[in-house]
Design a protein. Sequence first.
Length: 201
Amino acid sequence: MSPQLALALVSTIRHDGNGGVADDLGDVDGLTAWLREQAEPLREYVGGLDAVASTADEQTRLDVVAVRRAARTLFAVAVRPGPPSRADSSSLLSPPEAVSRLNQAAAALPVRPVLSWAQEGAPTLTWQGEAVDPRVRLTAGLARAAIEFLASPARDELRACPAPRCVRYFVKDHPRQEWCKPSCGNRARVARHYQRRAEAR
């Protein structure tokens, strides 16, 4: 399981480039654009993505934002003893409430494993569920992606980016990685340089 979808969901809260925080899911248009950007990883969890994207409304956005808030809360727990993302300091749920919200959202879509085994092939496993409201499929799929990530070994490499103004979480891909992306590393080095010059004066 790739952490891509869970990280993409929590990364919809990001630095806006002007010292503030941007919310890519701040309105229905933002949600629809994000669903289209994440079409490939969403298919694994949601299935018929076109129906989900075309029926996105304000309630869908609120439901997705609720799953994101629960996931960001548990990401903040996972990076301890390090600090959480700066964007989360005042909006975290209690960890038990976040766990409950993710579990409730994930349970809204009953699925069952289905084994297929062609005569000359290897067995394959797919998951099938009953036809349900596209909004329920979306929030259940996102909750399941977050749960799978949080229960995976990748959680041990989860970090909150320490760069100035950055509010992202990332999975540390190699031992020397300190920031979510190179531009954050550059920003951190520039900030340290200016701080040293200010202290020397």
